[in-house]
Design a protein around this ligand. Structure first.
Ligand SMILES: Nc1ncnc2c1ncn2[C@@H]1O[C@H](COP(=O)(O)OP(=O)(O)O)[C@@H](O)[C@H]1O
Ligand SMILES: O=C(CO)[C@@H](O)[C@H](O)COP(=O)(O)O
Length: 473
C-alpha cells in the first residue's frame, strides 16, 4: 500500500502556536501539537520559534510540505543581518493610537486611505506601528533595515539557506493588513512606508497563492503562508454567502469576495485572501478573553460561567460593553469595559455571565451588519475559534447575529487552512485540493428575535450614550 503524502499547517496566533499534520489528499488530521505564547502585546519573536519547536516536536519526520498561518499585522523590525531590533508589536497593542490619527490626517483622511489600501488604518495596522516606533524606540528604529509580519518571520526561520533580509517573503493576504500594500492594484505603496517611517525599509517579496518559497532543513517544501484569518477561510473552504465568525483572542467576521472593498467608515477592512481573491473583514479586540476574564471576576471555571450564562433567564437590562483591551471596531482604542444597568436584581453572577456573552456577541453582530452594509450576502454564519465551543455562545448567536449558524466540527481551522495551502503547493493543480468540512448544529436558540433586538438596542444605547467617555485617553 502506498503511504499518503503528509502536509503540516501552523497557526502562530496570539495565544499559542498550533500544528496539524494532515493527509494531503483528504485533509484528515493525523497528528496535532500546541504550545502557548507569552500573554503580552509586545513579544520577542524568538518566543514563537520556541513555541513552534515544542508544538511540532516529533510530528514532522515524514511531512513533505508545510505552511505558516500567523496573527495579522504584528510589526517585526529587522536589522541588515535579519536580527530583531525590537519586540514584535502585536495587532492588539493600541500604543499607536496617536500615530494612527496623525497618519490618517496626513494622507487626506479616511477616503484617501480606503482608496490607497482598501482599509482605514486603526492602531492594529502595521503602518501605524512604524510611525509609533520612531518616537517610542528611536534607537531600535534607527537600526531597522526591513519590516516583516509574524508569518513572514517564522517562514524565514524555517526556510533553510536563505541569504538574508532580501529573501523574506509574504503573501497577498497578510500583506493586505500592513497598510502599505493595495489589494486592488496588487502592489506595494513604498511611499506609505516612507511617510510612516521617514525612510524606506526592505519589504518581503509577495509570493503567489500556491508558490513554494523554500525548504526546511528536513527537506519539506514551504508554501507562501498567510494571515490567520485568510488561512481560516481556506481551512473552512468559505463560499459566497458564508460568513465566518471567529471567537478567538480577536473576534472576526469575514467573507470571500471576487472584488476588492474599500469602506471609508473603517468598519470593514478590505483584505486580500490566500487564493487570489478578497476577504472583507471586521475585527474586534475583545472576544474569547471577555468570557475568561468574567469567569475570573465571578470566581468560576469557564465551564461554570458557560452554564450560568446558558441557564440565566436573561440579562434583564444589564449591559456589558466588553472593551477590556481597548477596542478596534468601533474605533475606541482608549476605551475600557463598562457595565450598565446594575440593580439588586441584576447584580447576580448568572446575569453578569449572560451579559458578558451577550456583550461579546453584540460586537460581532455589529461586525456582521457592517459586512451586510458592504453588499455581502449573509446566508449562514460559520462559528469558530475557542469561544465557539461555549454552549451559551451557540445558543445566543443565531438570534443576535440574525442568520442561521452552523458549527464546523471543532478543529484548528487556521492550521488546517495552512496545511491545505501546503497541499496545494505540493500539487500541480490550479485550485486547492478538495477537503471536506463537516458542520453540525449549534445548541437550540434561547433568544427570540424580539428579545435579541432588545439586547442589541440596549447595547447600542449604552455605547452611544457613553461614547464621549470611551474616546478619552
Ligand atoms: N468552552 C469555551 N468557552 C469559552 N471560551 C473558550 C472555550 N474554550 C476555549 N476558550 C477560549 O478560547 C481562546 C482560544 O481560542 P483560539 O481560537 O485558539 O484563539 P487564538 O487563535 O487567538 O489563540 C482562549 O481565550 C480560551 O479561553
Ligand atoms: O488583527 C486581526 C485581524 O485583522 C486579528 O484577527 C489577528 O489576526 C489575531 O488573530 P487571533 O490570534 O485572535 O486569531
Amino acid at each position: 500500500m502506498t503511504q499518503p503524502k503528509l502536509v503540516a499547517g501552523v497557526d502562530c496566533s496570539t495565544q499559542a502556536t498550533k500544528v496539524v499534520v494532515c493527509d494531503a489528499e483528504t485533509g484528515e488530521v493525523l497528528r496535532e501539537g500546541r504550545a502557548p505564547h507569552p500573554d503580552a502585546t509586545q513579544v520577542d519573536p524568538a518566543e514563537w520559534l520556541k513555541a513552534w519547536q515544542i508544538a511540532s516536536e516529533g510530528l514532522l519526520d515524514d511531512v513533505q510540505a508545510l505552511s505558516v498561518g500567523g496573527q495579522q499585522h504584528g510589526m517585526v523590525l529587522l536589522d541588515g543581518d535579519g536580527s530583531t531590533v525590537h519586540p514584535a508589536v502585536l495587532w492588539n497593542d493600541t500604543s499607536s493610537a496617536d500615530a494612527t490619527a496623525e497618519l490618517v490626517a496626513e494622507l487626506g483622511g479616511a477616503e484617501a486611505w480606503a482608496e490607497a489600501i482598501g482599509s482605514l488604518p486603526v492602531p492594529s495596522f502595521t503602518v501605524t506601528k512604524l510611525r509609533w516606533v520612531q518616537t517610542a524606540a528611536p534607537e531600535a528604529a534607527a537600526r531597522a533595515a526591513a519590516v516583516a509580519l509574524p508569518h513572514d518571520w517564522l517562514t524565514h526561520q524555517l526556510a533553510a539557506g536563505r541569504a538574508g533580509i532580501g529573501d523574506l517573503t509574504t503573501d497577498r493576504g497578510d500583506a493586505s493588513g500592513t497598510g502599505w500594500w493595495s489589494p486592488a492594484t496588487n502592489s506595494y505603496r513604498p511611499d506609505l512606508v516612507e511617510r510612516a517611517f521617514g525612510r524606506p525599509l526592505a519589504l518581503p517579496r509577495v509570493a503567489g497563492p500556491r508558490e513554494i518559497v523554500g525548504e526546511t532543513v528536513g527537506g519539506a517544501v514551504i508554501a507562501a503562508g498567510t494571515g490567520d484569518n485568510m488561512a481560516a477561510a481556506l481551512g473552512l473552504d468559505l463560499q459566497p454567502g458564508d460568513v465566518a465568525v471567529s471567537l478567538g483572542t480577536s473576534g472576526t467576521a469575514f467573507a470571500t469576495s471576487t472584488t476588492p472593498t474599500a469602506d471609508p467608515s473603517g468598519l470593514v477592512a478590505g483584505f486580500a485572501d490566500a487564493t487570489g481573491g478578497y476577504l472583507p473583514l471586521v475585527c474586534t479586540l475583545n472576544a474569547a478573553r471577555v468570557m475568561s476574564a468574567t469567569a475570573t471576576l465571578l470566581g468560576m471555571e469557564l465551564a461554570e460561567l458557560d452554564e450560568a450564562a446558558l441557564n440565566s433567564s436573561g440579562s434583564d437590562g444589564l449591559v456589558l460593553l466588553p472593551y477590556l483591551d481597548g477596542e478596534r471596531t468601533p474605533d475606541l482604542p482608549h476605551s475600557t469595559g463598562l457595565v450598565y444597568g446594575l440593580t439588586r436584581a441584576t447584580m447576580q453572577p448568572a446575569t453578569m455571565a449572560r451579559a458578558a456573552v451577550e456583550g461579546m456577541l453584540c460586537g460581532l453582530a455589529d461586525a456582521v451588519d457592517a459586512l451586510r452594509a458592504q453588499g455581502l450576502p449573509v446566508e449562514r454564519v460559520l462559528l469558530l475559534g475557542g469561544a465557539a465551543r461555549s454552549r451559551a455562545v451557540q445558543a445566543l448567536a443565531p438570534a443576535l447575529l440574525g442568520a442561521p449558524v452552523v458549527l464546523p466540527e471543532p478543529g484548528e481551522y487556521v492550521a488546517l487552512g495552512a496545511a491545505r495551502q501546503a497541499a496545494w503547493a505540493l500539487s500541480d493543480a490550479d485550485t486547492p485540493p478538495t477537503w471536506s468540512v463537516a458542520v453540525g448544529k449549534p445548541e437550540s436558540s434561547i433568544l427570540t428575535d424580539t428579545e435579541a433586538a432588545e439586547v442589541r438596542s440596549r447595547y447600542a444605547a449604552v455605547l452611544n450614550g457613553t461614547r464621549p467617555l470611551l474616546t478619552q485617553p
